[in-house]
Design a protein. Structure first.
Ligand code: I6G
Length: 681
């Protein structure tokens, strides 16, 4: 048996190793080990901490999963106010700022530090005795919200810093969502019919301001630290540049595009460079920030109002414009949604000509009171499809027409509203804001479904992207996703701009996709409301497409993550003849439709049903359920006579009362942990 000292030392070593890999992965973007290897180290640390809770510390990398929801954020007083930046919109503005600086500084030399101005959320992070103790929003500059639990879930934020750091200090920076994470999150939200975030900034702000930090933990957030707020008990470097280098050495993530620049001309060049790079950067930035490098001069320059004189944001004017809303069109999405979009008089917005913009849904159009013929304000937010902000009311002539989606798609021949692509019947499920085309064979849906089936998060068929799926579909070579598996290299090679080599590569990619995990296949089928996470749950629970197809509403809703809306959608999918034919075709093509269960019969909790109620402190609901399943048990949503144990956390629901009335043994979270430990987890 290992002694306590030996275990402690092992835990500490593992922690240091994981922290190093975290830093390489999340801060340096330069991982040394595979994800699987990283997961293995994490599992080992989790196991040791669970078995030896006396060695669990708040800065352990296992503690980034988020905590139980809170009622409201507390308030944090900023010891030194978080200022905002003055803006320059032209080169002349920047020169005016520079001349004013020279007047105050005189002949003393100085240089500049330039950085991209990230479109995120300003935060202040306080470290005391090497530990992150507070994360706060800017708020009104003097008082912000305490978002420490949420900040702790962001991997690029160090939970602790080396021992030689000042005993108390504060860094300031920006929390943001990288463009790739934002697009992925919105894609998932679209599949799950949740409202989309308008831009990465809103997505970051919405994620950071979650009262349930377990939700924040799932969001792809990142940080760049841009200044030292204050430091006590230790001298700090004399320039901003050196300070940033020092903060980098403490483990903070600093924007790699930050530059030390000698001249004003250099800062203007930096701005032009950012403009050129802007679309290709991994994050949204709405300008640059220019700072005087010398801290003594910064102190002398001081602030004016609530803006420092020693720094300025140079950003192009907002990318908004007004134009005429000529009409409202309807496009059909992959899951059959009828999406209204604005047809605009072409207008240049931030260097790009815009002809169309999104209008989200009919409710949104009504809420904003947008009418056909209106002059509208439109906005382009970086990567995102331009959107109509609202009408310019003082330009109304009285001739504008209100929009009525059902009238717009009314089909005289059929005597009813109909899908503009296929004439299919249009439905609006209760409680939803979108209208849908209910016809499974709708060509607009079919083409997008093929594209989704082949996409990276689904069956990951390299080479079959938007263009190839559209070509294959319009040429009639692929009518549904399963047809992909019956394609011949010769058919592909005949397509425009496709050589034999590319054709062979695609066939190869199609062949390789036959053995993708079951969860990927379920996601690839494009069942409404079934995103990647839900597909994982279904794969774990059912282990085969046949078992999933056979599940009725009750069986589906007995799984805690599945509500009636998702259950309806799944059962409707498997009732549809066309979908069953596609599944048969996939099966005949040799696509893997099942996955061996990892649960063995002789596991300690085999055959035992658990119900969880209330909020647990150490686990999210899916984590607790996964633990039970790992040990062979099942997690159910309803308490019945068959229930083995009911585990309850804070604010348990009626399930606890029901368990008591049925005489079923209740377990506190601590007892549950003990049971898991005994059972070998
Ligand atoms: O809001 C800000 C964003 C970025 C900043 C800032 C910054 O530097 C890259 N720097 C300062 C000094 C302030 N706000 C006040």
């Amino acid at each position: 048996m290992a002694s306590q000292d030996e275990i402690k030392s092992k835990v500490e070593k593992l922690r240091a190793e994981i922290n190093r890999h975290n830093y390489l992965y999340y801060v340096q973007d330069n991982p040394e080990i595979s994800d699987a290897e990283y997961d293995r180290l994490m599992q080992e640390l989790k196991r040791l901490e669970e078995e030896n809770p006396q060695f669990l510390t708040p800065d352990s990398p296992t503690q980034r999963v988020g905590a139980a929801p809170i009622e409201a954020f507390g308030v944090v007083d900023h010891p030194y106010p978080l200022l905002s930046l003055a803006n320059a919109f032209t080169d002349d503005d920047l020169m005016t700022w520079y001349n004013r600086t020279i007047k105050l500084v005189g002949s003393r030399p100085f240089d500049f530090v330039c950085e991209h101005k990230i479109d995120g959320l300003a935060v202040a992070l306080t470290y005391v005795n090497g530990q992150l103790v507070t994360g706060a929003t800017r708020g009104d500059g003097f008082r912000g919200e305490n978002i420490t639990q949420n900040i702790r879930t962001i991997h690029s934020v160090p939970l602790s810093v080396p021992k030689d750091a000042p005993p108390r200090f504060e860094v300031r920076g920006e929390v943001f969502m990288p463009k790739s994470g934002f697009l992925k999150l919105n894609k998932e939200r679209e599949v799950e019919d949740q409202p989309l975030f308008a831009n990465p900034r809103n997505a970051a702000a919405g994620s950071v301001r979650q009262l349930d930090s377990r939700i924040t933990a799932k969001r792809p957030l990142d940080t760049f630290i841009y200044m030292l707020g204050y430091a006590e008990g230790k001298a700090t470097p004399p320039t901003h540049w050196e300070t940033m280098e020092w903060l980098k050495s403490l483990g903070f993530k600093i924007n790699p595009n930050m530059r030390l620049i000698k001249t004003l001309e250099g800062t203007l060049e930096y701005f032009r460079g950012w403009e050129k790079q802007r679309e290709n950067l991994p994050y949204e930035a709405d300008g640059i920030v220019v700072k005087i490098n010398q801290i003594n001069l910064q102190n002398e320059l001081g602030d004016v109002g609530r803006e420092p004189r020693w720094a300025i944001a140079y950003k192009p004017p907002a990318v908004q414009a007004t134009t005429k809303l000529i009409d409202i069109g309807i496009s059909v999405g992959r899951t059959g949604t009828l999406n209204p979009y604005a047809i605009l008089e072409p207008v240049a917005v931030g260097g790009v000509t815009i002809k169309n913009a999104t209008l989200h849904n009919e409710d949104d159009i009504r809420r904003k009171d947008i009418r056909i013929g209106d002059t509208v304000l439109i906005q382009r937010a970086g990567e995102v499809i331009p959107e109509v902000v609202g009408p310019v009311l003082n330009k109304r002539t009285g001739k504008e027409k209100e929009f009525d989606l059902l009238k717009k798609i009314y089909n005289n021949e059929k005597g009813r509203p109909a899908c503009p692509e296929c004439g299919g019947e249009v439905i609006k499920p209760e409680g939803e804001v979108m209208y849908y085309c209910s016809k499974a064979a709708c060509p607009a849906q079919a083409q997008l479904r093929i594209e989704h089936f082949a996409s990276k998060g689904s069956m990951d068929i390299r080479g079959v992207g938007e263009n190839i799926s559209a070509t294959l579909f319009t040429k009639g070579l692929v009518k549904n996703a399963a047809d992909l598996y019956y394609l011949k290299a010769e058919q592909l090679a005949e397509l425009d701009k496709m050589g034999e080599k590319s054709a062979a590569n695609i066939i190869n990619a199609i062949n390789n996709s036959r053995t993708r995990p079951l969860a990927r296949l379920i996601f690839a089928l494009g069942i409404r409301h079934v995103g990647e996470e839900m597909a994982e749950t279904l794969a774990t629970e059912f282990r085969s497409i046949d078992a999933l197809a056979a599940a009725d509403h009750d069986r589906l809703t007995s799984i805690s993550a599945i509500g009636p809306k998702i259950a309806d959608s799944i059962t409707a999918f498997f009732r549809e003849e066309d979908n069953l034919k596609i599944l048969q075709q996939l099966k005949e093509a040799g696509v893997k439709m099942e996955e061996a269960a990892t649960v063995k019969k002789d596991l300690p909790l085999s055959g035992k049903e658990f119900v969880i109620t209330g909020t647990l402190e150490n686990f999210t609901r899916p984590q607790a359920e996964a633990k039970i399943k790992e040990l062979g048990g099942t997690a159910k949503d309803n308490v019945t006579k068959k229930t083995y144990r009911v585990v309850y956390g804070a604010d348990p629901g009626l399930k606890k009362t029901r368990a008591e009335s049925l005489g079923i043994t209740l377990l506190t979270e601590k007892e549950f942990l003990e049971l898991l430990k005994k059972a070998g987890s």
